[in-house]
Design a protein around this ligand. Structure first.
Ligand code: ATP
Ligand code: MG
Ligand code: FE
Length: 364
């Protein structure tokens, strides 16, 4: 099976070709990503209209390039997979319509892929992971803890009730006068800061539900910054370090509970008595925030303590890309699932877990 993937849900335009041979060996034949970072950075965030136009300008050539690098023609791919949600509707329209047009012209089946499913299944491509496992998605638009039980079989255990974690990093950076995107800037400043100078809140810590909340943290940062303004470089560093520590402690509590719940639910699949020989359960991270070394360290330690494998795919496959979309399409095709009809519509909101909307309103 060989699939062409297309991703346009946010601020990356991407195309890729992924292949799985008869023996089940998978291979990324090409992986092309064009980030629109420069176009949006002046605005301190992604501007939907600019993003949609940029996708229109770049996508055709990018697909051409992905096919060329893979050294295959359109006739030699078996299906087209395009992200059809969730995300910015303008970008989704560009990618899905292009996917439809190619599918129709070349007479290939089309798979309309959920972007979150792409993130969720990536670890099976990179690490050959088997089901079930837990996935933490932490990006600019999403903060979710998802139980991955099978292809098309997901359960959302937790989500943010306000800001996404990447968004919290970006907003914190902005109010400290640091450049966009905020994550890398905050992490860099935090290295020279005193993490104990400010006692920022640790939202929902101690609560049984597995959700997240980060807007109070951002408000506390704003308050602290106002209280001691004008800020010296050391003040900014101390705020960043204290912020990161609060995030780290919050994740430790929230994800720690998630690991416990997983162990309880899958005690039969992963018996505690045989960890030396048996396979360990796994926690996978995805999303741009997974680049953060302190947070990675926290999750690694947490996994070690709980007998989990901690799996962090290479960063370019953690952030938005088309390899994961092609791969999700391939996984669906391999289960024998029917392709989508060519009148399938993009969905700006599309929870992976169909129960999710009723569980918590319109969570992200
Ligand atoms: P989506 O949410 O649709 O997947 P996105 O473009 O918002 O798309 P990503 O590209 O996966 O998400 O990640 C971008 C986010 O990751 C930004 O919010 C950025 O600040 C954050 N980020 C990047 N590097 C770091 C870091 N070192 N520490 C913390 N956050 C980081
Ligand atoms: Mg992005
Ligand atoms: Fe994403």
């Amino acid at each position: 099976l060989r699939i062409l993937g297309i991703e346009t849900s946010c601020d990356e335009t991407a195309a890729a070709v992924v292949e799985r041979d008869a023996e089940g060996h998978s291979k990324v034949l090409s992986d092309v990503v064009l980030s629109q970072l420069d176009e949006h950075s002046a605005y301190g965030g992604v501007v939907p209209e600019i993003a949609a136009r940029a996708h229109v300008e770049a996508l055709d050539e990018l697909i051409e390039e992905a096919l060329q690098r893979a050294n295959v023609s359109l006739n030699e791919v078996d299906a087209i997979a395009a992200t059809s949600g969730p995300g910015l509707i303008g970008g989704l329209l560009v990618g899905l319509m292009t996917g439809k047009a190619i599918a129709r012209a070349a007479g290939k089946p089309l798979y309309a892929v959920n972007h979150l499913e792409g993130h969720a299944l990536t670890a099976r491509l990179t690490d050959g992971l088997s089901f079930p496992y837990l996935m933490l998605l932490v990006s600019g638009g999403h903060t979710q803890l998802i139980l991955v039980r099978g292809v098309g079989d997901y359960q959302r255990w937790g989500t943010t009730i306000d800001d996404a974690l990447g968004e919290a990093f970006d907003k914190t950076a902005k109010l400290l006068g640091l450049p966009y995107p905020g994550g890398p800037a905050v992490e860099r400043m935090a290295r020279d800061g005193n993490a104990d100078r400010f006692a920022f809140p640790r939202p929902l810590v101690g609560e049984a539900r597995l959700d997240f909340s980060f807007s109070g943290l951002k408000t506390a940062v704003r308050q602290a910054a106002q209280d001691i303004a004008p800020l010296s470089d050391q003040d900014v560093a101390d705020i960043c370090a204290s912020f990161q520590k609060a995030v780290s402690r919050t994740l430790k509590d929230r994800i720690g509970r998630g690991l416990q719940r997983f162990k309880t639910e899958f005690a039969a699949t992963f018996p505690a008595a045989a960890p030396a020989t048996g396979e360990k359960p796994a926690l996978v991270v995805a999303g741009g925030v997974a680049a953060n070394l302190e947070l990675r360290g926290t999750l690694q330690t947490l996994c070690d303590k709980n007998g989990f494998r901690f799996i962090a795919p290479p960063l370019h496959l953690c952030t938005d890309n088309a390899v994961m979309i092609a791969w999700a399409g391939l996984e669906r095709m391999a289960t024998g699932a029917a392709p989508d009809p060519l009148d399938v519509q993009p969905r700006s909101r599309w929870p992976l877990d169909s129960n999710a909307e009723t569980l918590i309103g319109f969570g992200k």
